[in-house]
Design a protein around this ligand. Structure first.
Ligand code: NCD
Length: 305
């Protein structure tokens, strides 16, 4: 891989992205074996630096690093000297002194992983920075789409909901565009960022007009914790216009899949019946996350190609 860090999905060339997806497939094949561990990163140290809550992403990076036999240090801002006001830079220098080969960072500020990359010698992996990017989520989503549909090129993907606050949407738009898919963002005008028309994606306000033509529908969580304003009249109104329920599911092409990065607001952006239906890949996405993160760690920390 040509890059040292994974800060943005936009940093990945088509070749790099495909190398990650191909390597992840090999890693997934290994997960079926009795002994799931590879010795590849023995003696290397991976630090998980989490300044924001996380369930899936943190556990997934930890499992990935451990399956590659790396030593893993988990750092969460709660209970650390960060609550005493220690800066990101001082925390970074501490990690540097401990000899971290890779730092996986989640931070509420957009750009924090980028700053960190200037302070440590190891590779920095962005595990979500504010509303900016979440590149490994986009890679695991691409992996899931490819394993269900056999390809990504030429597919029609709708990304629906709170695009404004979503780092998942940003990273997915970049990566899916690089891989040749056609993306349509669907949201109320209040939940679309300024400048969205410059993104390599179409924009629609009408979910029902878009759904009949899609191969993939990716629902986004309504991110209440990032909302400083009132962006829609009520949750009920939001889910009536932009929620995926059984009626809308029936209107999808029969081969279309339903995705969600989690955590879900069941009953808001997605109904429980849809989340648990055979068309949903939500649990598969989590499982694929481990293989994809193994691939990324392996490729960034010196594996071929
Ligand atoms: C996302 C995140 O934290 O950015 N979740 C995840 O990583 N699986 C999306 C979200 O919080 O809605």
């Amino acid at each position: 891989m040509k890059v040292k860090h994974l800060l943005s999905a936009a940093d990945l060339s088509r070749e790099d992205a495909i190398a990650v997806l191909d390597t992840a497939r090999e890693m997934a094949a290994m997960a079926g074996r009795e002994v799931k561990k590879l010795p590849t990163l023995r003696g290397r140290t991976v630090v998980n630096l989490f300044y924001e809550d996380s369930t899936r992403t943190r556990i997934s990076f930890e499992a990935a690093a451990k399956r590659l036999s790396a030593d893993v240090i988990n750092f969460s801002a709660k209970g650390s000297s960060v609550s005493k006001g220690e800066s990101l830079k001082d925390t970074a220098l501490t990690l540097q002194a401990m000899g971290a080969d890779a730092v996986v960072v989640r931070h509420p500020a957009a750009g924090a992983p980028h700053r960190l990359a200037g302070w440590v010698d190891g590779s920095v992996l962005n595990a979500g920075d504010g509303t900016h990017e979440h590149p490994t989520q986009a890679l695991l989503d691409a992996y899931t789409i490819r394993s269900r549909h056999g390809r990504i090129e030429g597919l029609k993907v709708a990304i629906v909901g709170d695009v404004l606050h979503s780092r998942v949407a940003r990273s997915n738009v970049h990566l899916l565009h690089t891989l040749g898919a056609h993306v349509t963002l669907v949201a109320p005008p209040t939940l679309l960022p300024v400048g969205v028309h410059a993104w390599p994606a179409d924009v629609s306000y009408e979910l029902d007009a878009v759904l009949p033509g899609v191969d993939v529908v990716m629902m986004l969580r309504v991110q209440r914790e990032r909302m400083t304003d009132s962006f829609f009249p009520s949750e009920r109104e939001y889910s009536r216009r932009y929620g995926l329920d059984l009626d809308r599911l029936r209107g999808l092409p029969s081969h279309a899949i339903v995705m969600h990065p989690g955590p879900m607001n069941r009953g808001v952006e997605i109904s429980p019946e849809v989340a648990d239906s055979a068309r949903s890949t939500i649990v598969e996405q989590v499982a694929n996350g481990v293989s994809v993160r193994m691939a990324v760690l392996y490729l960034l920390l010196g594996g071929a190609p």
